[in-house]
Design a protein around this ligand. Structure first.
Ligand code: ATP
Length: 244
Protein backbone atom coordinates (compact mmCIF):
# COMPACT_ATOMS: atom_id res chain seq x y z
CA UNK A 1 0.00 0.00 0.00
CA UNK A 2 1.57 3.30 -1.12
CA UNK A 3 0.64 6.34 1.00
CA UNK A 4 -1.03 8.92 -1.27
CA UNK A 5 0.93 11.77 0.31
CA UNK A 6 4.31 10.14 -0.37
CA UNK A 7 6.32 12.66 -2.43
CA UNK A 8 7.14 10.00 -5.02
CA UNK A 9 3.83 8.13 -4.90
CA UNK A 10 3.41 8.02 -8.70
CA UNK A 11 6.83 6.49 -9.26
CA UNK A 12 6.20 3.89 -6.55
CA UNK A 13 2.80 3.07 -8.07
CA UNK A 14 4.50 2.44 -11.43
CA UNK A 15 6.91 0.05 -9.72
CA UNK A 16 3.97 -1.82 -8.25
CA UNK A 17 2.38 -2.13 -11.70
CA UNK A 18 5.64 -3.55 -13.06
CA UNK A 19 5.98 -6.08 -10.24
CA UNK A 20 2.36 -7.15 -10.65
CA UNK A 21 2.93 -7.49 -14.41
CA UNK A 22 6.03 -9.61 -13.74
CA UNK A 23 4.07 -11.90 -11.40
CA UNK A 24 1.35 -12.27 -14.05
CA UNK A 25 3.86 -13.19 -16.76
CA UNK A 26 3.41 -9.95 -18.71
CA UNK A 27 6.75 -8.30 -17.86
CA UNK A 28 10.07 -10.09 -18.40
CA UNK A 29 12.71 -10.12 -15.66
CA UNK A 30 14.92 -8.00 -17.95
CA UNK A 31 12.01 -5.56 -18.20
CA UNK A 32 12.26 -4.85 -14.47
CA UNK A 33 15.92 -3.91 -14.90
CA UNK A 34 15.13 -1.69 -17.90
CA UNK A 35 12.51 0.11 -15.81
CA UNK A 36 15.16 0.89 -13.21
CA UNK A 37 17.30 2.58 -15.84
CA UNK A 38 14.29 4.63 -16.86
CA UNK A 39 13.65 5.68 -13.26
CA UNK A 40 17.19 7.03 -13.00
CA UNK A 41 16.74 9.26 -16.01
CA UNK A 42 13.33 10.36 -14.77
CA UNK A 43 14.93 11.45 -11.50
CA UNK A 44 17.45 13.53 -13.45
CA UNK A 45 14.61 15.13 -15.43
CA UNK A 46 12.68 16.05 -12.26
CA UNK A 47 9.95 13.43 -12.82
CA UNK A 48 7.91 15.76 -15.00
CA UNK A 49 7.32 16.33 -18.70
CA UNK A 50 9.93 18.93 -19.65
CA UNK A 51 9.15 21.66 -22.22
CA UNK A 52 11.12 19.86 -24.97
CA UNK A 53 9.33 16.59 -24.15
CA UNK A 54 5.99 18.36 -24.59
CA UNK A 55 7.15 19.66 -27.97
CA UNK A 56 8.14 16.13 -29.01
CA UNK A 57 4.76 14.82 -27.85
CA UNK A 58 3.09 17.30 -30.18
CA UNK A 59 5.33 16.18 -33.07
CA UNK A 60 4.58 12.51 -32.32
CA UNK A 61 0.84 13.27 -32.43
CA UNK A 62 1.32 15.03 -35.78
CA UNK A 63 3.18 12.04 -37.25
CA UNK A 64 0.52 9.61 -36.00
CA UNK A 65 -2.19 11.77 -37.52
CA UNK A 66 -0.50 12.03 -40.92
CA UNK A 67 0.77 8.44 -41.19
CA UNK A 68 -0.59 4.93 -41.42
CA UNK A 69 0.58 4.00 -37.92
CA UNK A 70 0.96 0.93 -35.70
CA UNK A 71 1.84 0.94 -31.98
CA UNK A 72 4.40 -1.62 -30.85
CA UNK A 73 3.60 -2.89 -27.33
CA UNK A 74 6.05 -4.77 -25.10
CA UNK A 75 5.54 -6.18 -21.61
CA UNK A 76 6.53 -3.03 -19.71
CA UNK A 77 4.28 -0.80 -21.83
CA UNK A 78 1.33 -3.20 -21.42
CA UNK A 79 1.80 -3.37 -17.64
CA UNK A 80 2.23 0.39 -17.17
CA UNK A 81 -0.31 1.94 -19.52
CA UNK A 82 -2.75 -0.56 -21.09
CA UNK A 83 -5.81 1.73 -21.01
CA UNK A 84 -3.80 4.74 -22.19
CA UNK A 85 -2.40 2.76 -25.14
CA UNK A 86 -5.88 1.55 -26.09
CA UNK A 87 -7.12 5.15 -26.09
CA UNK A 88 -4.19 6.33 -28.19
CA UNK A 89 -4.81 3.47 -30.62
CA UNK A 90 -8.47 4.46 -31.03
CA UNK A 91 -7.69 8.16 -31.42
CA UNK A 92 -5.21 7.68 -34.26
CA UNK A 93 -6.62 4.47 -35.79
CA UNK A 94 -3.29 2.83 -34.95
CA UNK A 95 -3.57 -0.92 -34.22
CA UNK A 96 -1.69 -2.30 -31.19
CA UNK A 97 0.89 -4.97 -32.03
CA UNK A 98 2.52 -7.06 -29.33
CA UNK A 99 6.21 -7.08 -30.18
CA UNK A 100 8.71 -8.53 -27.73
CA UNK A 101 12.48 -8.39 -27.55
CA UNK A 102 12.43 -11.56 -25.42
CA UNK A 103 9.83 -13.32 -27.58
CA UNK A 104 7.68 -16.04 -26.03
CA UNK A 105 4.32 -17.20 -27.40
CA UNK A 106 2.92 -17.51 -23.89
CA UNK A 107 3.85 -13.97 -22.92
CA UNK A 108 2.46 -12.61 -26.22
CA UNK A 109 -0.90 -14.28 -25.42
CA UNK A 110 -0.91 -12.86 -21.88
CA UNK A 111 -0.15 -9.35 -23.09
CA UNK A 112 -2.82 -9.57 -25.79
CA UNK A 113 -5.37 -10.74 -23.19
CA UNK A 114 -4.35 -7.91 -20.87
CA UNK A 115 -4.83 -5.35 -23.65
CA UNK A 116 -8.24 -6.83 -24.52
CA UNK A 117 -9.26 -6.69 -20.83
CA UNK A 118 -8.40 -2.99 -21.02
CA UNK A 119 -10.62 -2.36 -24.03
CA UNK A 120 -8.55 -3.31 -27.11
CA UNK A 121 -10.78 -4.70 -29.84
CA UNK A 122 -8.01 -5.95 -32.09
CA UNK A 123 -4.48 -6.96 -31.14
CA UNK A 124 -1.84 -7.81 -33.76
CA UNK A 125 1.43 -9.69 -33.32
CA UNK A 126 0.13 -13.15 -32.54
CA UNK A 127 1.06 -14.51 -35.97
CA UNK A 128 4.56 -13.14 -36.44
CA UNK A 129 4.52 -13.88 -40.18
CA UNK A 130 7.00 -11.25 -41.41
CA UNK A 131 10.53 -10.19 -40.54
CA UNK A 132 12.36 -6.87 -40.25
CA UNK A 133 15.56 -7.32 -42.30
CA UNK A 134 18.93 -7.29 -40.55
CA UNK A 135 17.98 -8.57 -37.09
CA UNK A 136 19.19 -11.96 -35.82
CA UNK A 137 17.68 -14.57 -33.46
CA UNK A 138 14.04 -13.88 -34.25
CA UNK A 139 14.25 -10.33 -32.88
CA UNK A 140 12.84 -9.04 -36.16
CA UNK A 141 9.64 -11.11 -36.21
CA UNK A 142 6.61 -8.87 -36.75
CA UNK A 143 3.07 -8.99 -38.15
CA UNK A 144 2.90 -8.64 -41.93
CA UNK A 145 -0.24 -6.53 -41.65
CA UNK A 146 1.07 -4.51 -38.72
CA UNK A 147 4.55 -3.12 -38.09
CA UNK A 148 5.90 -4.64 -41.33
CA UNK A 149 3.60 -2.67 -43.60
CA UNK A 150 2.98 0.47 -41.46
CA UNK A 151 4.75 3.64 -42.55
CA UNK A 152 4.81 5.01 -38.99
CA UNK A 153 5.58 3.02 -35.84
CA UNK A 154 5.32 4.21 -32.24
CA UNK A 155 7.83 2.27 -30.13
CA UNK A 156 7.50 2.89 -26.42
CA UNK A 157 10.62 1.47 -24.72
CA UNK A 158 12.37 -0.13 -27.68
CA UNK A 159 15.82 -1.57 -28.23
CA UNK A 160 18.25 0.53 -30.29
CA UNK A 161 18.99 -2.11 -32.94
CA UNK A 162 15.34 -2.65 -33.73
CA UNK A 163 14.64 1.08 -33.86
CA UNK A 164 17.52 1.52 -36.32
CA UNK A 165 16.27 -1.42 -38.44
CA UNK A 166 12.78 0.13 -38.66
CA UNK A 167 14.26 3.49 -39.69
CA UNK A 168 16.36 1.67 -42.31
CA UNK A 169 13.12 0.22 -43.73
CA UNK A 170 12.08 3.83 -44.42
CA UNK A 171 9.55 4.10 -41.60
CA UNK A 172 8.87 7.13 -39.43
CA UNK A 173 9.75 5.86 -35.95
CA UNK A 174 8.39 7.60 -32.87
CA UNK A 175 10.12 6.55 -29.64
CA UNK A 176 9.19 7.13 -26.02
CA UNK A 177 12.36 6.68 -23.98
CA UNK A 178 13.57 8.47 -20.85
CA UNK A 179 17.20 8.19 -21.91
CA UNK A 180 18.03 10.98 -24.39
CA UNK A 181 21.35 9.23 -25.14
CA UNK A 182 20.00 5.74 -25.91
CA UNK A 183 20.52 4.37 -29.40
CA UNK A 184 16.73 4.33 -29.68
CA UNK A 185 16.40 8.06 -28.97
CA UNK A 186 19.27 8.87 -31.33
CA UNK A 187 17.89 6.76 -34.20
CA UNK A 188 14.20 7.72 -33.87
CA UNK A 189 12.55 10.21 -36.23
CA UNK A 190 10.80 11.72 -33.19
CA UNK A 191 12.27 10.89 -29.77
CA UNK A 192 9.91 11.70 -26.91
CA UNK A 193 12.16 11.81 -23.85
CA UNK A 194 9.48 11.39 -21.20
CA UNK A 195 8.03 8.74 -18.94
CA UNK A 196 5.61 6.44 -20.77
CA UNK A 197 2.53 6.93 -18.55
CA UNK A 198 2.93 10.72 -18.73
CA UNK A 199 3.70 10.78 -22.45
CA UNK A 200 0.98 8.55 -23.92
CA UNK A 201 -2.07 10.57 -22.73
CA UNK A 202 -0.37 13.81 -23.81
CA UNK A 203 0.22 12.48 -27.33
CA UNK A 204 -3.43 11.34 -27.48
CA UNK A 205 -4.75 14.70 -26.30
CA UNK A 206 -2.65 16.61 -28.83
CA UNK A 207 -4.01 14.36 -31.57
CA UNK A 208 -7.64 14.95 -30.60
CA UNK A 209 -7.58 18.63 -31.45
CA UNK A 210 -5.11 18.64 -34.33
CA UNK A 211 -5.94 19.37 -37.97
CA UNK A 212 -3.85 17.84 -40.79
CA UNK A 213 -2.57 21.22 -41.87
CA UNK A 214 -1.34 22.04 -38.39
CA UNK A 215 0.17 18.54 -38.14
CA UNK A 216 2.22 19.13 -41.31
CA UNK A 217 3.52 22.42 -39.91
CA UNK A 218 4.39 20.92 -36.48
CA UNK A 219 6.23 17.97 -38.02
CA UNK A 220 8.03 20.16 -40.56
CA UNK A 221 9.36 22.41 -37.81
CA UNK A 222 10.42 19.57 -35.48
CA UNK A 223 14.10 18.66 -35.20
CA UNK A 224 14.61 15.54 -33.07
CA UNK A 225 18.38 15.99 -32.58
CA UNK A 226 17.89 19.60 -31.44
CA UNK A 227 15.04 18.51 -29.17
CA UNK A 228 17.24 15.87 -27.49
CA UNK A 229 19.98 18.48 -27.06
CA UNK A 230 17.45 20.71 -25.30
CA UNK A 231 16.53 17.83 -22.96
CA UNK A 232 20.23 17.41 -22.11
CA UNK A 233 20.55 21.15 -21.46
CA UNK A 234 17.49 20.91 -19.19
CA UNK A 235 19.19 18.08 -17.25
CA UNK A 236 22.44 20.07 -16.99
CA UNK A 237 20.63 23.16 -15.67
CA UNK A 238 18.78 21.02 -13.11
CA UNK A 239 21.96 19.34 -11.92
CA UNK A 240 23.65 22.75 -11.71
CA UNK A 241 20.81 24.12 -9.55
CA UNK A 242 20.99 21.08 -7.28
CA UNK A 243 24.77 21.43 -6.93
CA UNK A 244 24.71 25.17 -6.09
P1 ATP B 1 19.33 1.38 -26.55
O1 ATP B 1 19.44 -0.02 -27.10
O2 ATP B 1 18.23 2.16 -27.20
O3 ATP B 1 20.62 2.15 -26.47
P2 ATP B 1 19.09 0.43 -23.83
O4 ATP B 1 19.83 -0.81 -24.18
O5 ATP B 1 19.58 1.33 -22.78
O6 ATP B 1 18.83 1.32 -25.08
P3 ATP B 1 16.74 -1.07 -23.23
O7 ATP B 1 17.22 -1.78 -22.03
O8 ATP B 1 16.54 -1.80 -24.50
O9 ATP B 1 17.60 0.18 -23.48
O10 ATP B 1 15.35 -0.34 -22.93
C1 ATP B 1 15.12 0.40 -21.81
C2 ATP B 1 14.96 1.85 -22.16
O11 ATP B 1 13.66 2.26 -21.80
C3 ATP B 1 15.95 2.69 -21.36
O12 ATP B 1 16.54 3.66 -22.16
C4 ATP B 1 15.07 3.34 -20.28
O13 ATP B 1 15.56 4.64 -20.00
C5 ATP B 1 13.72 3.39 -20.94
N1 ATP B 1 12.58 3.30 -20.02
C6 ATP B 1 12.38 2.39 -19.03
N2 ATP B 1 11.21 2.60 -18.39
C7 ATP B 1 10.63 3.68 -19.01
C8 ATP B 1 9.39 4.37 -18.84
N3 ATP B 1 8.52 4.00 -17.91
N4 ATP B 1 9.14 5.41 -19.65
C9 ATP B 1 10.01 5.78 -20.62
N5 ATP B 1 11.20 5.16 -20.83
C10 ATP B 1 11.51 4.12 -20.04
Amino acid sequence: MIPGDHPRAESLARRELLVRGWREGIVSTQGLVAHGRGETFDYLLGEESTPPAQEAEMAAAAALLLGDPVVSVNGNAAALAPGELVELSGTFGAPLEVNLFHRSEERIERIADHLRENGAREVLGLDGDAEIPGLSHGRGIVDGEGIYSADTVLVPLEDGDRTRALVDMGKTVLAIDLNPMSRTSVAASVAVVDELTRAVPKVTNHGKGMKRREARRVLGEFDSAENRAEVLRHMRRRLGELAD
